[in-house]
Design a protein around this ligand. Structure first.
Ligand SMILES: CC(C)(COP(=O)(O)OP(=O)(O)OC[C@H]1O[C@@H](n2cnc3c(N)ncnc32)[C@H](O)[C@@H]1OP(=O)(O)O)[C@@H](O)C(=O)NCCC(=O)NCCS
Length: 168
């Protein structure tokens, strides 16, 4: 496919993974292990980032993770990943995890976070990604949140560098 033809493809902005929480995902308390949820978040974010960019992607940041409710074995897990901001090579992806009890159809939000992926080429160098532009008010709000978090991270990094140089 030519680069122009590739550029004209409509890239999916969002991905949803759906599966059952299995007994192998259990923690010592009988619920789904936090590490299993983080793995699903990374997988959904990865699929979303690759779908948007058309390149292999690596995780550079996971933050703001909040475990709102536990997930129980046998519940249907849904992991929604959607692009909420793009930089030059980075894609900021909002993740929401839901669990549904198949006996009652009761659905709850269990986890949410923001994860950042960077698109890289075969040599591991960063590559530019298509820009994502918010249209709805909700998407504009989500992009503002992603930008705000990026500023907070930058300030934290600068603060840590300053503290390290004071010690040295
Ligand atoms: C991804 C990687 C190649 C980028 O290299 P780099 O030298 O940091 O490149 P840059 O400084 O140009 O940053 C590239 C992008 O990542 C973003 N980024 C880097 N660190 C970040 C962080 N902690 N949080 C959010 N974004 C970050 C930059 O803002 C930049 O975004 P932009 O292109 O949209 O402006 C390198 O950081 C890497 O290999 N990291 C390890 C990835 C990994 O092993 N992940 C776990 C397994 S998948």
């Amino acid at each position: 496919m030519t680069p122009n033809a590739q550029a004209s493809l409509k890239r999916p902005r969002a991905v949803t993974l759906r599966f059952l929480a299995e007994p192998t995902d259990v923690n010592f308390g009988g619920k789904v292990h936090g590490g299993a949820v983080m793995k699903w978040i990374d997988q959904a974010g990865y699929a979303c980032a690759v779908g948007w960019s058309g390149y292999y992607c690596v995780t550079v940041y996971v933050g703001g993770i909040r475990f709102h409710k536990p997930i129980f074995i046998g519940q249907i897990v849904e992991v929604n990943a959607k692009v909420v901001h793009t930089g030059t090579s980075s894609m900021h992806i909002a993740i929401d995890v839901f669990a549904t009890d198949p006996r009652t159809a009761g659905r709850k939000t269990t986890t949410s976070c923001l994860i950042v992926f960077v698109a890289v080429d075969g040599g591991g160098d960063t590559v530019p990604v298509p820009a994502w532009l918010p249209e709805s008010e909700e998407d504009k709000r989500l992009e503002q949140y992603a930008k705000h978090m990026a500023r907070v991270r930058k300030e934290q990094d600068e603060g840590m560098s300053a503290a390290a140089s004071d010690e040295g």
